[in-house]
Design a protein. Structure first.
Length: 500
């Protein structure tokens, strides 16, 4: 039996709510698609249908864009403090409905609840309040010359199209919604089709908070030839902030080109975890386990390729295998579960494809390598993959080069720092790296030469909302975080006037 972390009353209420099906949120109202179409949303832990969701297309995007453009005329001209009051009320409601939102995220994504309850909703609410506060503190510049003065004025851009992935739907959506709205834009959010649940509940809370009609809209649907693609093409949508696959980013960039949309992209990655021989073994394992298996490895920052300096390699590998074998796949709502299912059948097949091809290439699979067996019903129908470790002395193989986005890691021994740097920097991704050890100068030397937007020394995924976040090369365009987010969500204007 699952330990009752989420009160039964909350579960029952949210189950009943999900049974009603999910609608779009357009101009302050919850609506079905004009053509009545819906799609099925799976529960990744059981493989059964969780709910059905309205399937939006051109018509829904047009309606949302019209509403958002109208609402922008008022919202964009409100004082930041006035917008802030409403945004803080919304964030407060998120905190008050913390159990609900954690439960829905757990159902949507399958992430173990023990990871969810560790501050996830608080962080979502902070994504809103932090940027509401920052927008109030934003200031402009003046350039005073004899007889002439210039000053800058930051205008909101207009209607913002936000497109988010399925791995942390509520977190990654609020991370965009907060700065977009605080800066005075209005928003159309297109959540990932695999995880539309949590963001729909967030829309209800937005309405309850009194966010004016049309300021925040949610249109559900798929990417190509669906709500996602129409959002990226709509002439009234002035910017696109997208988190998702690199290949999708390229398609969106092309779709936005005719209307020259500004874009901010957080794309795929192949995270590195470099462990020097002088590293503290236990601490290095703690960091490695979190970096590799948090959210069952479905994290763009996942440290899924591990490089271990000789002579530590054998000892590290043995200790790593012991920890990996101790992971417990199972009911995500059970506090003892430490590994959830991957998101869907299609993704399960994709991850298994990587595993099977690695085996076929002769890469040695040390543990895992297949479906997690022996789970009780209904979890035997879920998309659980046994946590998998490959020994990959040759780093040119696919499993070391491509993003797997699942509970799968490779471990590669090394003796030469330059060799590791060359392997990593030759790759097309540049999102995140971990460097572990004790020699301070060497750690920094390595960090500073890595082509990674984010490097964590002796740690992983520590975030502060002021800190710039983003990827180099094919891992992204632009940075989010603090003023970098507000820069993206505003247009910088210069005004000059004679004073003589
Ligand atoms: P995806 O690219 O398949 O989908 C992301 C979103 O884009 C979904 O809402 C989808 O409906 C939409 N979409 C797909 N095609 C579209 C199109 N042609 N036009 C407009 N919208 C479209 O990504 P997925 O599978 O949801 O997420 C996994 C990927 O996201 C991984 O590759 C991962 O690396 C990346 N990711 C990156 C993060 C970062 O911060 N860099 C964070 C989390 C995930
Ligand atoms: Mg995808």
């Amino acid at each position: 039996m699952a330990e009752a972390v989420i009160p039964n009353a909350v579960r029952e209420r949210m189950d009943a709510w999900m049974r009603q099906g999910l609608k779009h949120f357009i101009d302050g109202k919850f609506v079905d698609s004009a053509n009545g179409e819906t799609f099925s949303v799976p529960n990744p832990a059981t493989g059964q249908e969780l709910t059905r969701c309205a399937l939006g297309g051109k018509e829904e995007i047009d309606l949302a864009a019209t509403a958002a453009a109208r609402a922008f005329k008022t919202w964009g001209r409100m004082a930041p403090a006035e917008r802030g009051k409403l945004l803080r009320r919304w964030a407060q409601l998120m905190i008050e409905h913390k159990d609900e939102l954690n439960y829905l995220e757990c159902m949507d994504v399958g992430r173990p609840i023990r990871e969810g309850i560790a501050g996830y909703v608080e962080r979502m609410a902070h994504n809103i309040t932090f940027f509401a506060d920052l927008a109030e503190k934003y200031y402009d510049e003046a350039f005073v010359l004899p007889g002439y003065t210039f000053y800058t004025n930051r205008q909101p851009v207009g209607v913002a199209g936000l497109i988010t992935p399925w791995n942390m739907p509520q977190m990654l959506s609020t991370w965009k919604i907060g700065p977009a709205l605080a800066a005075g834009n209005t928003v159309i959010l297109k959540p990932a089709e695999l995880t539309p649940v949590g963001c729909t509940r967030l829309a209800e809370l937005a309405r309850e908070a009194g966010i004016p009609d049309g300021v925040f809209n949610v249109v559900h649907g798929f990417g190509p030839d669906s709500a996602g693609a129409y959002l990226t093409m709509h002439p009234d949508v002035k910017l696109i902030s997208f988190t998702g696959e690199t290949t999708t980013g390229k398609v969106i960039m092309a779709a936005g080109a005719p209307t020259l949309k500004r874009v901010s992209f957080e794309l795929g990655g192949k995270g590195n975890n470099i462990i020097f021989a002088d590293a503290d073994l236990e601490k290095a394992l703690d960091v490695t386990m979190r970096a590799a298996f948090y959210n069952q490895g479905e994290v763009c920052l996942a440290g899924s390729r591990i490089f271990v300096e000789q002579p530590l390699y054998d000892q590290f590998l043995e200790a790593l295998l012991a920890r990996v074998k101790a992971l417990r796949p199972g009911d995500p709502l059970d506090m003892n579960t430490t590994l959830g299912p991957v998101i869907a059948q299609e993704h399960f097949d994709r991850v298994m494809g990587f595993i099977d091809r690695a085996k076929a290439q002769g890469v040695q699979c040390l543990t895992g390598g297949g479906r997690a067996e022996g789970l009780p019903a209904p979890f035997d129908g879920g998309y659980f993959i046994a946590p998998t470790v490959f020994a990959a002395p040759d780093p040119s193989v696919e499993i070391v080069q491509e993003e797997v986005f699942g509970p799968v890691v490779s471990v590669t021994p090394f003796t030469d720092d330059e060799w590791v740097l060359d392997i990593i920097n030759a790759g097309r991704y540049g999102l995140s790296s971990v460097v572990q050890g004790k020699d301070i100068s060497r750690l920094h030397r390595m960090a500073q030469r890595l082509q990674s937007g984010n490097v964590w020394i002796n740690s992983w995924f520590v975030r502060d909302l002021r800190v710039p976040f983003g990827g180099m090369k094919e891992s992204g365009i632009g940075r989010e975080g603090g003023m970098h987010s507000l820069d993206f969500y505003t247009e910088l204007q210069t005004i000059g006037i004679p004073t003589a």
